[in-house]
Design a protein around this ligand. Structure first.
Ligand code: ATP
Length: 445
């Protein structure tokens, strides 16, 4: 049976995020700042893990991709050449009746206002440019205008020559970058799904033009696999090819990796064949040649580019949604039933890998607890918690998605062993402190 979205999941995850310190509304003490969010102590770890896993698979485990960290502030010339000044627009309509504003291309029915249900109440569509503009230096005005990048990709194109000359890479090769992008979205919403400030993970893979089709297929498969390997169930993921009208101004083919969000299928990542559009545009506008002489072929060509472009913040949200579970369980140690909420993150995505929990705050347990913490911290991100009943502390760690809890009790003082509790099965093993790292390593890697 195909999976069905669960609309109740959205509020549950948003509440959990606030309650446990994943995501806070920005500037909350001032009443909040619409559709901006801050990542709390646990959320920052989740987001870092998402980015780290992407970097590991895209850069560290490959020999054909190198990294880059380009500037966010950029001169109009870049966006003029890339086509963003002219084309990076969304069609905006206003409802004349309730005055709400919408993106025309995201409406289910372009003739009916989803807010007040008036028919035919929309204004003519206006094209609204999504780029944030600001001014560099003390004088505001023409000549001082700069843009916050709306995608990280252009940093890779304008550095193509620098990287080619310094990295000894030759097509097919890629440049990867993770960083903030900014879009003045008309309708931000669905929590961190669509925000005006967000993080992207993008890679531009430069290939000989006649190999572009092959590499496009390759990256579609690779990228889908990444999400599955990190624990998103396969039936909650799909690849969807864009039809002709949906394609961006630079693209000859695009497929989206989509996830089954509580409101239905929606995009996590786009994989696009950007052709030689960007390099040609920048070469023409800057006067620099951005082609490549292939000594084996004895030919000069402008590489085609295959781009897997993912959102880090949006992907973190998908991992949260996919991990969320509620179940009835026997109360640990008592046998009575209770329900628990658990985030079943893949260990590589989980914010904390291990929680160190001395059974009581008594001073004699502090020394072995510190010893265990000191043993684990160089290897794993650990939480430490010594107050409240142990059952409540386990529930808290379940809600953070911590795969293992290590409990230090009074027996530890005699046998130098600890209890290791598994998040998913709730099974408990007694493990000598000296064997703890070896016990955890295969489970957490
Ligand atoms: P959409 O159609 O949802 O506006 P897009 O197709 O314009 O997105 P791309 O330009 O392909 O998005 O950007 C690549 C990725 O960056 C998206 O798949 C998404 O994960 C992320 N992304 C884009 N815009 C936002 C945003 N406003 N907030 C959070 N993530 C975003």
């Amino acid at each position: 049976m195909p999976p069905v979205p669960d609309p109740t999941l959205f509020d549950k995850v948003v509440n959990l995020c606030k309650r446990r310190g994943f995501v806070f509304p920005s500037a909350e003490i001032y009443g909040g700042f619409r559709s901006t969010y801050d990542y709390g102590p646990v959320g920052v770890l989740l987001l870092r893990n998402v980015k780290e896993e992407w970097w590991r698979s895209m850069v560290q485990l490959r020999h054909d991709v190198v990294g880059l960290d380009a500037a966010i502030l950029s001169p109009p010339a870049i966006w003029e050449a890339s086509g963003h000044l002219q084309n990076f627009t969304d069609p905006l309509v206003d409802c004349r009746k309730c005055r709400e504003r919408f993106r025309l291309d995201k409406l289910d029915d372009p003739n009916e206002c989803p807010n007040c249900h008036a028919k035919g109440s929309f204004t003519e569509a206006r094209h609204f440019n999504l780029m944030f503009k600001t001014y560099a230096g003390p004088v505001e005005g023409t000549g001082a205008e700069v843009y916050l990048r709306p995608e990280t990709a252009q940093g890779m194109f304008v550095n193509f020559k620098n990287v080619l000359e310094t990295s000894r890479k030759r097509p097919p090769f890629g440049i990867a970058q993770i960083g903030k992008s900014f879009r003045n979205e008309i309708t931000p919403g669905n929590f961190v799904f669509r925000t005006r400030e967000f993080e992207q993970m993008e890679m531009e893979y430069f290939v000989p033009p006649d190999e572009a089709g092959k590499w496009y297929e390759y990256w579609c498969d690779e990228r889908l696999r990444w999400y599955v390997e990190l624990g998103i169930p396969e039936d909650q993921l799909r690849l969807r090819a864009h039809d002709e009208e949906e394609l961006s101004h630079y693209s000859s083919a695009t497929s989206d990796v989509e996830f089954l969000f509580p409101w239905g299928w929606d995009e996590l990542e786009g994989i696009a064949n950007r052709t030689d559009y960007d390099l040609r545009q920048h070469a023409q506008a800057s006067g620099e040649s951005l082609d490549y002489f292939d000594p084996a072929l004895g030919e000069r060509y402008v590489p085609y580019v295959i781009e897997p472009a993912a959102g880090a913040t949006r992907t973190a949200m998908a991992f949260l949604m996919a991990a969320y579970d509620e179940e009835e369980v026997a109360r640990e140690g008592q046998g009575q039933g209770e329900s628990r909420t658990v985030l079943r993150f893949h260990p590589r995505i989980a914010p904390y890998k291990v929680a160190v929990l001395p059974l009581s705050k008594k001073p004699e347990l502090q020394e072995p607890a510190n010893e265990v913490l000191g043993l684990l911290q160089p290897h794993y991100m650990c939480d430490y918690d010594e107050t409240q009943a142990i059952g409540r502390r386990y529930r808290r760690q379940d809600e953070l998605g911590t795969p293992y809890c290590v409990t230090i009790d009074f027996e530890t003082l005699d046998d130098r062993a600890v209890t290791v509790r598994d998040r998913d099965s709730m099974a408990q093993d007694r493990v000598p402190i000296d064997a703890l790292l070896d016990h955890l390593e295969p489970k957490l890697s």
